[in-house]
Design a protein around this ligand. Structure first.
Ligand code: ZN
Length: 398
């Protein structure tokens, strides 16, 4: 769903007024869709309950946790030079704004930390995201590993779209995130790297957002930033499905099996945003000001850096639900807690909604969608089946 960035950024705020009658009503405070929440007098019931402005100030204060920040600082300082192999820490690096912010901060503050950035290329990365990752590592002088396990990701997306779409695209996206992490865990264990750093935001690991049934191995819901004990798991299942029913024995080696490793080889997982606090606008501003000569605001926009299969996932969400479950709630929460601007959020989802209202053919014929469909071996009738099947499952639930 590539859209000209400048059209989106500058024309959409004007154009939306003309097509407003076709779009869902949204809360004026957080931008959440009326399909996710009851809205009265232009304000949603969550905002009404939470007295959003008060919450935003509190959250901004709370997210700054000096004790945790100090603890993480000590841990990283201490970790310098401690790895038994080439590196002390591995960072899962996508090239997006959050991960660029973390990489910059690690590199500039911990000069003796032998850091390696790992980019997992799923075969669906946007050209801009790809380019960003290479340029940033080169600029920051960080060793950069890239692995391209195309087959397993292709299989995961296809299986996810065909079987989990009634849970929303968030489900396939979550499982993909678990595979990214497991590839990192395996490489860190193999290369004897003691720390594995991950750029998840506090919202992404918060219990309230994640359906319990996704979190088979109890990896989420803690406010801590450092995880060791709960990394001793063997990934075998997702939503009641045995992974061995989907993946070949060779492919199963990409998934994490802690029993293969001695305890000291199991990397400690670090989520820096849990300690530093997370503010979307601050992150973008800081990254842009530090790297202005190699990146601009445009090249950090999620519309352009997100993986191409995301467009297909959101297309299915809009056809099945009329909105995107969990993602829209997550983004509205960023607004409510003062981490994102309401207009940015509203524009992002409205333009997606508008795009998917258009006749299916024109959306699915776009080069990005064609690329995804061909790569996944999916056709238009196959998508119709997925939509029909998912709707039937959801109706059966009521
Ligand atoms: Zn609201």
């Amino acid at each position: 769903m590539k859209m000209n960035y400048y059209l989106y950024r500058y024309l959409w705020p004007i154009y939306r007024v003309l097509v407003k009658h076709k779009l869902s009503n949204r809360c004026t405070i957080c931008g959440l869709n009326e399909k996710c929440v009851t809205i009265s007098d232009s304000v949603c019931e969550i905002c009404r309950k939470e007295h959003t402005s008060k919450l935003a100030t509190q959250a901004a204060e709370l997210s700054k946790n000096p004790a945790a920040e100090k603890e993480l600082d000590d841990l990283l300082t201490e970790a310098q030079g401690k790895g038994r192999g080439l590196y002390d820490a591995m960072f899962l690096f996508s090239g997006g704004k959050d991960s660029t912010y973390i990489l910059t901060r690690l590199k500039t503050r911990y000069k003796q930390l032998r850091l390696v950035a790992l980019t997992v290329d799923n075969g669906f990365r946007s050209p801009i995201g790809k380019q960003n990752a290479e340029r940033i590592c080169e600029h920051l002088d960080v060793d950069h590993l890239e692995i391209r396990p195309y087959q397993i990701f292709k299989k995961l997306y296809k299986y996810g779209f065909e079987n989990f779409s009634h849970h929303g695209f968030v489900c396939t996206d979550f499982l993909e995130g678990e595979l990214f992490q497991d590839i990192g865990r395996n490489l860190a264990a193999q290369l004897e790297i003691p720390l594995l750093v991950l750029g998840y935001t506090p919202e992404q690991v918060e219990e309230t957002f994640l359906p319990k049934e996704f979190d088979e191995y109890h990896l989420y819901g803690s406010e801590d930033f450092k995880f060791k004990e709960n990394q001793k798991f063997t990934r075998a299942k997702f939503l009641g499905v045995n992974l061995t029913d989907i993946f070949t024995p060779e492919e199963m080696n990409y998934w994490w099996d802690a029993s293969k490793w001695s305890v000291e080889r199991i990397p400690t997982l670090i989520l820096p945003f849990q300690a530093w606090g997370y503010h979307k606008t601050e992150v973008v501003n800081e990254v842009v000001s530090l790297l202005h000569h190699i990146l601009d605001e445009k090249s950090l926009n999620p519309m352009l850096t997100n993986d191409l299969y995301g467009g297909l996932g959101l297309f299915l969400d809009y056809k099945i639900f009329g909105y995107s479950p969990m993602f829209e709630q997550e983004f509205a929460r960023y607004v409510r807690t003062g981490k994102e601007d309401v207009k940015q959020n509203r524009n992002l989802w409205e333009s997606a909604e508008y795009l998917f209202l258009k006749p299916e053919k024109s959306v699915l014929d776009s080069p990005d969608m064609q690329f995804c469909l061909t790569k996944l071996g999916l056709t238009k009738p196959a998508l119709d089946n997925i939509i029909k099947k998912s709707k039937a499952i959801l109706e059966g639930k009521h």
